[in-house]
Design a protein around this ligand. Sequence first.
Ligand code: NAD
Length: 466
Amino acid sequence: MAVAAPEQLERTDPDELSRLVADARRAQLAWRDVSAGDRARVLRAAARVLRARAGEIVATIVAETGKPRTEAIAHDLFAAVDHARWLAANVPRLLRDERIRFPQLHLRLKRAWQVYEPIGVVGVISPWNVPLGIPFTSVATAVCTGNGVVLKPSELTPASGEWIRRVLEEAGAPAGLVQIAHGEGPVGEALVGDPGIGKVFFTGSVRVGRLVAAAAGARGCPVVLELGGRDPLLVFADADLERAVEGALYASFLNAGQACVSAERIYVERPVHDEFAGRLRLRAAELEIGPPIAPARVEPWQPTVLTHALPDEEIFGPVVTVEPFEDEDDAVRLANGTRFGLAASVWTRDAAKARRVARQIEAGTVWVNDFGYTFTTGQAAWGGVKASGFGRTSGRHGLYECVNVKFVDADAGRLRPPWWFPYDEVTERGLQATLDVIYGEGLERARAAWRHRRELAHVVRRALNR
Ligand code: NAD
């Protein structure tokens, strides 16, 4: 349902892309040395700018996507502000050098750390349906971990993408750190293929996601893929039916069904199936969906509730199927009977059953008696399994997708590792005995130490360099 952009932003020539990457890299070389605390201050300021400019930003999103203002606020703006605030509050703690300790006898004197370093310049490719919330989350996470970014927003929502650079620069991010490349698939392809891009964060369809993964894989570049879904919604007979119907209505038809986490398959326990399906159909008939403002006359879409299964393809439109299930096992079997695994929801008053079912569903997220809200929160990991993708955005797992983890050893050089050259038979026997002394259980350790005391003494002498 995306409508024409209100302003035409110049397309980036794919041949020009390496210049954007190089500019982002130049800015990033200074930005990576800025402390995590100072980067967090930029994110906190970005949350303020987003709120101050909320009216203008929402107008851009509505003009470009045709989605209702409520959704531009509740999905795009809440996601952006919440992520900015969560990152600001948590980045200094989560990126602190981590002391690694070695309780193993032979490594006791070691001093070592794990440190988190920026990747360099990352590429972000995003879809049109949440044109601020989705790319802002990835860009902000990359920026606050010390990276530069080249963002390619959807060609349908270029102005919404421009807001991301503008908000971050107004908040104090250095000019040049966030670059925007505009255009269709070929610009995305050039971005994925650019050797200056250290990692690609792609959100979009399964088809394009696989092309992106293949192209990135061909040059050994890691990717995070946030792809489509075919999400199940399970209603048990003991559910609050009124809430389940309203939840299902929203889950199926928000953004005219064009959400990655749209409920596309509803399964209802047989005793309440007919009542649920009837009530949902009535509520769907009352709902009129279509762009709130349209550049030309656009027919509103009629939300559609079907009672038969459809092929295992993402619908990405206002169509949902409702079918019965017999019991808990049947519900889980039906929910998992898909190649997708983005999200799911379970509606029941039985908390133990909800937890049991949630554990068995193959998905990146399962909500109980609710739907979708974690997408807008900074702390909840976001992502899919199976064909819905891999890797995570949001939460600390999303944060760690934006860094290289480096192990740094700081040995004072006092002990000489006894396994260094030259090799000899006594050392070999001593090392084998050391296995039992260090890793043995109960009396095994003392026995090994006594039985092989001579070889062990030899190993210790070697370690002390005597
Ligand atoms: P799309 O896959 O058509 O396009 C996504 C982006 O990829 C766009 O910016 C597009 O220009 C770019 N692109 C196209 N061809 C490319 C190529 N060969 N190489 C690199 N980039 C290329 O998706 P869309 O229609 O914009 O968005 C809808 C899809 O996104 C749905 O499948 C939806 O489920 C999915 N989605 C997933 C999530 C999630 O979090 N998992 C969120 C929102 C949307």
